[in-house]
Design a binder for this molecule. Structure first.
Ligand code: HAM
Length: 421
């Protein structure tokens, strides 16, 4: 029968790879806990309306990248393309707004975007992210950025640039957008097709186009940083001051506008030179209007998310998964030896040891080779004689020493050896 392949843009994470994922997840849990963030797990699918309203109808994500379907009850549902909208929905629905503020949440898991797959871009990918909801303190912006930098440092990922910008607020942004439209009007026809479209509906996004010709055409566009209102300018200056005091290097990039519509004030992105075209390791910013857009009271917030696949790629040389060493391989010979061996392996595992045995009817010699391949530190050999005597032959694979001991003693020796590490 014909085989069925995995859908385009998805990946299988096999055990060897999964060890690196686990190393990243362990580092992430530890770092997030140090900063006082608690884990939230929200559904993989939500009402389509949540993303349409939250992320913005005029964004690429909502317009053309969502996995939207109707369920059997004719509700429109969407596989989550990101984690912020779901976290904010839960914050409101579960009344986290009644707890002491800010509420600090982190999450990690699969996200879905119907994009053209390429290196660093998938249709099912994974994000780790954090949201600090309920404070407008610029120190919270700095904390989120410092926390991401801390995670990168922790896994040895040092080769990246942090780009920083402020895109203002509903008070000052409209005036800037008008100014930008005026400035771009004369070069409008030289913009790419999607920028011409953006020009109409989401003018800021024109600044974000990666095409050389669009970059050139918009090179002299006014900087949003010159149009910030006093509050946004103060906020930005304070975020910068904190980052300076924390020793976190950044590049001011007035063209950085981000692809989702909920941002206000601070926006940032971590860019890695080793990732090629899809160079954003992660990004985020402040979204002071989102809670209200989703039906809550005015509530400021700031957060970030990073692509886990991209982090793993960028940390290729430094983040290693630990291959767990096998404490014991139980090699058996003959029916009686086999019966004792099966029970002994289980006993070792219950005692907290890693033990393995053969399931392929291998000869003793082949079992020894297998033990070697698996990196077993000790092999316990049980033939019919040992089974009858209640003993095992214990071979230390490093020294090659071999001796006969009672079963209880073998368990004890292995536990001691484990403890020495
Ligand atoms: P975003 O910039 O859309 O932000 O995504 C964050 C990161 O997810 C990207 O920088 C990238 O590393 C990764 N990513 C996005 N799309 C893909 C893809 N198709 N394949 C692989 N990786 C991808 C957000 O999602 C916001 N929710 C971040 C945020 C949290 N802002 C405030 N709080």
């Amino acid at each position: 029968m014909a085989r069925i392949a995995a859908p385009r843009g998805t990946a299988d994470i096999l055990p060897d790879d999964a060890r690196r994922w686990q190393a990243l997840e362990n580092a992430m849990r530890d770092v997030f806990a140090r900063y006082g963030y608690g884990e939230i797990r929200t559904p993989i699918f939500e009402h389509t309306e949540l993303f349409a309203r939250g992320i913005g109808e005029d964004t690429d994500v909502v317009e053309k990248e969502m996995y939207t379907f109707e369920d059997r009850g004719e509700r429109s549902l969407t596989l989550r393309p990101e984690g912020t909208a779901g976290a904010v929905r839960a914050y409101l629905e579960r009344r986290l707004d009644t707890e002491p503020q800010p509420v600090k949440l982190w999450y990690a898991g699969p996200m879905f975007r119907y994009e053209r797959p390429q290196a660093g871009r998938a249709r099912q990918f994974h994000q780790l992210g954090a949201e600090c909801i309920g404070t407008m303190d610029p120190a919270a912006d700095a904390e989120i950025i410092a926390m991401a930098a801390s995670l990168f440092r922790r896994i040895g990922l040092a080769d990246y640039e942090l780009h920083l910008n402020s895109i203002g607020c509903p008070q000052c942004r409209p005036a800037y957008v008008r100014k930008l439209r005026e400035a771009l009007e004369p070069v409008r026809d030289s913009l790419c097709k999607s920028c011409q479209d953006r020009f109409e509906r989401n003018t800021l996004r024109v600044l974000d186009c990666k095409r050389e010709s669009c970059r050139a055409a918009t090179q002299d566009a006014p900087s949003i940083l010159d149009s910030l209102c006093e509050e946004c300018a103060d906020h930005f200056a304070t975020v910068r001051r904190y980052l300076d005091e924390l020793g976190i290097e950044y590049v001011i990039n007035p063209r950085l506008v981000r692809g989702l519509d909920y941002y206000t004030k601070t926006v940032f992105e971590f860019l890695s030179p080793v990732l090629g075209a899809q160079d954003a390791l992660g990004g985020g910013g402040r979204y002071d209007g989102l809670v209200e857009t989703l039906g809550g009271p005015p509530t400021p917030a700031v957060g970030f998310a990073a692509g886990m696949e991209r982090i793993l790629l960028a940390a290729e040389g430094t983040l290693r998964g630990e291959a767990a060493a096998l404490d014991a391989y139980v090699a058996t010979l003959g029916d009686a030896g086999r019966r004792v061996g099966v029970v002994l392996a289980e006993r070792l595992r219950r005692a907290g040891l890693r033990a393995e045995l053969d399931y392929m009817g291998r000869s003793l010699k082949a079992q020894m080779r297998q033990a070697n391949r698996l990196g077993a530190k000790t092999v316990l050999i049980i033939g019919d004689d040992e089974a009858k005597a209640g003993t095992v032959q214990l071979r230390d694979m490093e020294s090659g020493d071999e001796r006969t001991v009672g079963v209880d003693e073998a368990v004890h020796v292995l536990q001691e050896k484990r403890g020495e590490k």
